[in-house]
Design a protein around this ligand. Sequence first.
Ligand SMILES: [Zn+2]
Ligand SMILES: [Zn+2]
Length: 471
Amino acid sequence: MACNGSSSCQSGCFAGGDEEPENGEIHIDRMSSLSVSTPKDGRTSCPKCGEETAPQNPSPDGGLCLACFRASLFGKFKLAVTANSMISPSDNVLVAFSGGPSSRVALQFVHEMQCKAQKNFDASRDRALPVFGVGVAFIDESSVSSITSDEVREAIREIGVIVLELAPPVKELHVGVLESSCFAGSDDGRERLSGLLGTIGDVTGRDDFMRHLRMLSLQKIALENGYNRLVLGSCTSNIACHVISATVKGQGYSLPADVQYVDGRWEVPVVFPLRDCPSRELSLLCQLDGLKTQRFLDRPSSGINGLVSSFLARLQEENPSRERTIVRTAEKLTPFSFNKIPETESNDILAARRRRRAQSAKREESIHSEVLCPVCSSPLDLSESQSLKTVLSSCPTRDEAFAAHCCHSCNLQILPNESLKFSDFYSLLPQPMMERAKDIASANQAWLRMIYPGVQLSGKHLQRQLVSQWF
Ligand SMILES: [Zn+2]
Ligand SMILES: [Zn+2]
């Protein structure tokens, strides 16, 4: 018999209960220390529910039976969703599916939540609470990867079957082609994309830039199809890798923004419900539950990201809870104001932004947290914001102004050093990245007044003139 997820489970299980997310991990550790009953014909008894099961290879940590292991993972997911108000009944949720086990489990769990909401809706008399909608997005990156178009086509067909099987409720599959999403309306998107990546000399910089482009594509799909949440399958292992690599790249200031459950920097807020689930457990669940994945679509990281990934894999061999320890250490850093679902975003995104901008004019400190790098969206630290102000007040060229808007890490790893290459890079950038730099400059008149203390700004006209000098 599987545990019903109650926090009063006599075995000490917290899965699915109301405890803190880390308790799921504690639970697994505690289970490991409990003695698993003596094998009887090779069978073991689950320390949580007492069910006798045949030995499995591989088997879940702590000798849990499949049902309890599954309940433990789903409990962590559900707790992350409810404790951070990630999904409400009126939401329309887009799940980013890469084909890997993490996003496959994210899709499965979101589907199960939706099924439960649908059941409650059907059973209720007044039918007051609507059922949130779910869509699936896949980004085709075949133009810049070693995978052939045929392989991607076959993968998309199989993903279509997976999505079809996750019905009812029916879910729409959106396939975005990376170059088309980034360079909408352009006939030569493929050439532009490879040209743009060609201007970035640093391997790590290219790897990171691809991640930023992927996010732009997902945001575009979400915005064009009326979604108001984007679910990513980033798990403990991905976030632990990011913590180490961001530290190595000198992105310590912006790191707290990337390790939370919610990232509200984007027009469509991004949520990470699997933040407390390690990748080995998610892969194991796919294996045991028969959830089909597309492993050949895996994008191995390169440069620093690849080195950190293999370093962490070795650490994990010595101590399986290392990744969790890294994330728990990083989560002690103070999050930014945008690391929560914007209260009024469902009603009026623009009004919320205007309000945030108005608030930001009050204190200089809050201005720093509002200025985001147009390439990677990291908040600029105090010295970067000061240097941006200095550069903008000295009549910079277009390239200088753009470089000043970018964070130190992007300047080092992504932006080309040579001026000719920089011009190519700038001219090939996707529109949203340039727009973001314009947005920063024209966002707030108070901010411009600070840059040009002697200038009397007369409304939007002068503001536009100033911005047009740079872009
Ligand atoms: Zn069990
Ligand atoms: Zn940046």
